[in-house]
Write a protein that binds this ligand. Structure first.
Ligand SMILES: [Mg+2]
Length: 267
């Protein structure tokens, strides 16, 4: 893609792009008003499975952005939809993670259990304890498929970087001696599910993210145009080294450049 005016569909990361912890990025509401006004379908796609789409939608509404739960895809939902390709609804699954992840799997018809399971799905758990690590690693050792929602070692927050799924999954992997299958970015699975949901053409769909290792590398693997914003984890040098198509300070600067490209085309 040569210019931003060619974008017809957009996929956005959340943490570090739309907000940092509980703090919205400047001009967040304006970005979504622009997308609605131009009738550009979008999906918010996040490796973070600690909240449900309903909770994320409410959080964004409080920050001035109107986004439907159906326009949000978490790695927890991605994991559930990925597992449905191989396992029928009713299959027993053990969840190591937050209530939002349990809900994502239960909503697709999986039965949550602590023994005789076919699969262990793991994500960050803010109430982590020894017993939980013991149960999950034993099930994996016994042969349950080990699936991790993502690899991110940490999550940006208002306190700075805090431990993420990758850190806790590394502990389960060490304890069980088994490496997991990853669902989240940089795997292309979430981007593919989002594109299918929007019926988005590859050539005119762009992915916006702040973490090169996940958002940008994943976008490239999925064949998308990539846009890195420097308001989160990665810096310009990292974004350039990865061959990111467009780089902006934040979503406000992206919005200005997009509007400029559209008016240049119109004149
Ligand atoms: Mg991010």
């Amino acid at each position: 893609m040569e210019s931003l005016d060619q974008i017809t569909h957009l996929i956005l990361d959340m943490d570090g792009v739309l907000y940092r912890g509980s703090e919205p990025m400047p001009r967040l509401g304006e970005l979504f008003a622009f997308l609605r006004e131009r009738a550009i379908p979008f999906m918010l796609v996040t490796n973070n499975a600690t909240k449900t789409p309903e909770e994320r939608s409410k959080q964004l509404a409080a920050m001035g952005a109107q986004v439907l739960p159906s326009e949000i895809l978490t790695s927890g939902q991605g994991a559930a939809r990925y597992l449905l390709r191989q396992y029928p609804a009713g299959t027993k699954v053990h969840v190591f993670g937050m209530p939002s992840l349990r809900r994502a799997l239960a909503e697709e018809g999986f039965v949550l259990a602590d023994e005789d399971v076919k699969v262990v799905v793991a994500s960050v758990d803010r109430d982590l304890n020894f017993e939980k690590v013991k149960v999950a690693s034993r099930l994996i050792r016994k042969g349950a498929l080990f699936v991790a929602t993502n690899l991110d070692p940490n999550i940006p927050s208002e306190e700075g970087l805090v431990p993420g799924t990758g850190a806790m999954v590394a502990m389960l992997a060490a304890a069980s001696g088994v490496s997991p299958i990853y669902i989240g970015k940089p795997e292309p699975i979430l981007y593919e599910i989002a594109m299918a949901q929007m019926a988005a053409p590859l050539a005119t769909t762009a992915a916006v993210g702040d973490r090169v290792m996940t958002d940008i590398v994943g976008g490239k693997r999925a064949g998308l145009t990539t846009i890195c914003v420097l308001s989160g984890v990665s810096d310009r040098a990292e974004a350039e080294a990865a061959g990111t198509d467009f780089i902006f300070e934040d979503i406000g600067h992206l919005l200005d450049a997009w509007r400029a490209a559209l008016s240049a085309k119109a004149s």
